[in-house]
Design a protein around this ligand. Structure first.
Ligand code: GLC
Ligand code: CA
Length: 554
């Protein structure tokens, strides 16, 4: 693969509403991010992905945009954003924004005009169908029919996500052109690129036919008919050619469900994007792309297989975007480590395992502190609209209220949206007033102040690990080297990273026992471990519980 500037990045994802509140209203904001740029610089990250900060009624926390060219007042204004871009740049930190172009808010001017006048051109910017009942049985990602009735008219509009997020009609050429203009307008502002939201939803099955139901509600998840549909490539290519290609920008697309055979089109040399997120191992605890009550059991061997399958498939054509958390996922410690979530050693091994994979590592705010899921006692305590939907869907499918709450606690997107804990004071130094969403129980212990400068803390570990990839002696290998899985114990994930000249062998022990593994060559040097001292004797490496160790040939 041809070298690209963005291969060297370490990206930190910020959920602005929950990062840092600068003006005491309980809501994080852009000035709050500016205040913390030194923290991010010291951590060693090189790029920030800022979740949506555009004008929005905030029904889905900003993924419902009512004006692409304005900043949501809760977060600040355009000058604040420009200041952020500028000040970050001074520290060599790049900024990418979230690009949400599958849908807008129902409060967007285009949609308002479409509602007001059926014969306006804006009506065709969205997907309306005439009739007295829903045109088909598709279920939206956030629950209920994808169709919402227009009041006082026998007409429905389509929304693959929330009711207040009508899908744009990408079949309309003028609409597409207006989106491209907007994308270019932002790129002109000097941002480094975009994370692109729900982009595989832009093409629908135009037959609009009902499908066999997959739930007792008689509906079927719309992903079957509105995600990765034939013909989507034409739109994605056109988007790229009219926007990203004109700039040296980086793009990372949220594109769940792209078959590995199609990766070339998405991330190959002439692909639509620089990278895409692969969700196959992120969703290993629920039946693929499914609802939260369809839980599945899994073990380390399966995690290993999924991670490696993903790495090898991506390596064939392009570059990976590696993550274990984001604003839609529960906390990684809880999800992947289950009853060992609070064990720092396990948290570090999990971190190292994904961080040194081939690709750009993404760190989600709070992950670097080892934050864990919360346990909430009532559905009333949730904000996230998909959590509320999944609670009632579970009950509808025959689960008890208690079981339903358990599913939601395990998977709720609110888990990662709790206020960022800066210190152990009231409201964790996030705000001076009650935050918009409850803090986690552990914040007096798990916070930046407690972990800064503390030997062996998870935060200091992340700092070292980032340095090791970016500036350490094996930088070339960690960034540009190839990856190959190694056979090992069933509770150990093992891979090597290598260039033509050198190889780093990596073992990650995911069990709470000592494990001895065979190493491929007799003479090796131990170069790094996540804690303690691994023991190397001839061709045997003894790993401590939850320890990772890296070796190189002598
Ligand atoms: C993406 C976002 C998610 C949002 C949805 C609808 O999946 O990551 O947060 O709710 O798209 O925009
Ligand atoms: Ca604020």
């Amino acid at each position: 693969m041809k070298k690209q500037w963005w291969q060297e990045e370490v990206i930190y994802q910020i959920y602005p509403k929950s990062f840092n509140d600068s003006n005491g209203d309980g809501i994080g904001d852009i000035q709050g991010i500016i205040e913390k740029l030194d923290y991010l610089k010291d951590l060693g990250v090189t790029m920030l992905w800022i979740c949506p900060i555009y004008k929005s009624p905030m029904d889905d926390n900003g993924y419902d945009i009512s004006d692409y060219y304005a900043i949501e007042a809760q977060f600040g204004n355009m000058e604040d954003l420009e200041e952020l871009i500028e000040k970050a740049k001074e520290k060599n930190i790049k900024i990418i924004l979230d690009l949400v172009i599958n849908h807008t808010s129902d409060e967007h001017e285009w949609f308002q005009k479409a509602l007001a006048d059926k014969s306006s051109k804006y009506h065709d910017y969205y997907i309306f169908k005439e009739g007295v009942k829903e045109p088909n049985n598709w279920r939206s990602v956030f629950g209920g029919s994808v169709w919402e009735k227009v009041s006082e008219r026998n007409e429905y509009y389509l929304h693959c996500f929330g009711k207040k997020q009508p899908d744009l009609n990408w079949e309309n050429k003028e609409l597409r052109k207006r989106l491209y203009d907007m994308v270019n307008w932002w790129l002109e502002k000097g941002i480094a690129g975009f994370r692109i939201d729900a982009i595989t939803f832009i093409k629908k099955d135009l037959s609009w036919e009902s499908q066999a139901p997959d739930g007792v509600d008689g509906l079927v998840k719309c992903t079957k008919v509105s995600r990765n549909q034939p013909g989507i490539g034409i739109f994605l290519n056109e988007l790229k050619e009219n926007t990203f290609n004109k700039y040296q920008c980086m793009t990372v697309a949220e594109a769940p469900g792209v078959p590995y055979e199609e990766l070339d089109e998405f991330i190959g040399d002439n692909g639509y994007f620089s990278m895409i997120f692969d969700f196959r191992y992120a969703d290993l605890d629920i039946a693929s792309g499914s609802e939260w009550f369809k839980r599945i059991d899994w073990n380390i061997k399966e995690l290993n297989e999924k991670v490696m399958a993903s790495q090898l498939a991506i390596q064939k054509y392009g570059w990976g975007a590696n993550f274990i958390e984001n604003h839609d996922q529960p906390r990684a410690a809880t999800k992947y480590l289950r009853n060992h979530a609070a064990d720092d050693r396990a948290v570090k091994t999990l971190a190292a395992m994904y961080f040194f994979l081939r690709g750009v590592p993404f760190i989600y705010q709070g992950q670097e502190l080892g934050m864990m899921n919360f346990k909430r006692d009532s559905i009333d305590e949730f904000d996230d609209l998909s959590s509320i939907d999944q609670y009632y869907r579970s009950i509808q499918e025959g689960y008890s209220a208690e079981e339903a709450l358990n599913f939601v606690n395990l998977r709720s997107r609110d888990n990662s949206r709790t206020p960022f804990p800066w210190n152990g004071e009231k409201y964790g130094g996030f705000s001076e007033v009650v935050p918009w969403i409850k803090m986690t129980e552990e914040y007096p212990e798990i916070n930046v102040e407690k972990q800064t400068g503390k030997k062996n803390s998870i935060l200091e570990f992340y700092r070292d690990m980032i340095w090791f990839r970016q500036k350490g002696p094996y930088r070339e290998i960690f960034i540009y080297g190839k990856i190959e899985p190694m056979e090992s114990d069933e509770n150990v994930i093992a891979y090597k990273r290598y260039t033509e000249k050198e190889c780093v062998y990596c073992w990650f022990n995911f069990s709470d026992c000592n494990i001895e593994v065979s190493v491929p060559e007799e003479t090796m040097n131990l170069i790094w471990q996540t804690y303690g001292k691994a023991e190397l004797k001839k061709d045997k490496l003894k790993l401590l519980p939850f320890q990772s160790a890296f070796l190189v040939s002598k």
